[in-house]
Write a protein that binds this ligand. Structure first.
Ligand code: PGA
Length: 260
């Protein structure tokens, strides 16, 4: 059924985006095999197909995806261009390797590597100043949801993460709503709950950046997305795709989700 929201989705031509976040999985060889297999299966997808392998495999993934409708990206980057920052990788470096997007603010970066909203804001400023596509992840944890604070937490992450970035630099931004309690746990948000939360995110973005931007920005859902539940999620009018961890590692299940 096409309701007014769905009409808006079509009118604003928000693409459907299916993105794989491989985290710390797959060697170069495993990456090449995956991307080659996927390229043969996915020749004319009805969605945008994105994969973020580990840094070491980006250039090989990009070469293996040449000519195929698959965009390769990075899972993180530094907020500065170069310098004495052991272990860091810059935007220029990921671009050179063949990355065409970057995931920023993932909850695992926030929790295990202590990335703050401020730090994430610096990374988002860097990416947006070069109009480099970024998937900006936000999400509440279980405690925050149970206490009824989810919306406030999400608003704060959005406000702090996007602070001082002019809306004209946000053309290439994507948002991923990833409730921390749903990541890697097998507990997916129900399509209704995810839809409701996406509406709240879009509403807040409309208040801050205007409704034109809010209706245009793709908002992906992430957290235990798999072939069995992807359809009911992305059929929701405000869910524009999925950011997938575990189920993106298997080429069969990822292909199934891309083609579904
Ligand atoms: P999951 O991870 O699909 O394994 O829950 C999603 C993510 O962390 O992006």
């Amino acid at each position: 059924m096409i309701n007014s929201h769905n009409k808006l989705k079509i009118l604003m031509s928000r693409p459907t985006i299916i993105a794989g976040n491989w985290k710390m999985h797959k060697t170069i060889q495993e990456t090449i095999e995956f991307v080659q297999t996927l390229s043969l299966k996915v020749t004319k997808p009805s969605c945008q197909v994105l994969i973020a392998p580990p840094f070491t495999a980006i250039s090989h993934a990009a070469m293996a995806a040449k000519g195929a409708p698959i965009m390769i990206g990075a899972q993180n980057m530094s907020d500065v261009d170069e310098g004495a920052f052991t272990g860091e990788i810059s935007l220029r470096m990921i671009k050179e390797a063949g990355a065409r997007f970057v995931i920023l603010g993932h909850s695992e970066r926030r929790i295990y590597f202590k990335e703050t909203d401020e730090h994430i804001n610096h990374k988002l400023r860097k990416a947006s100043s070069e109009k480099f596509p970024a998937i900006f992840c936000i999400g509440e944890n279980q405690k925050e949801r149970e206490a009824g604070h989810s919306e406030q937490v999400l608003k704060t992450q959005l406000d702090k993460g996007l602070q001082s970035i002019p809306v004209k630099h946000l053309e290439t931004l994507m948002i991923a709503y990833e409730p921390v309690w749903a990541i890697g746990t097998g507990k997916t948000a129900t399509p209704e709950l995810a839809q409701e939360t996406h509406v709240a995110i879009r509403q807040h973005l409309a208040n801050v950046f205007g409704s034109f931007f809010a209706e245009k920005v793709p908002i992906l859902y992430g957290g235990s997305v798999k072939p069995e539940n992807i359809n009911t999620l992305i059929q929701q009018p405000d869910i524009d795709g999925a950011l997938i961890g575990g189920a993106s590692l298997d080429v069969k299940s990822f292909t199934q989700m891309v083609l579904s």
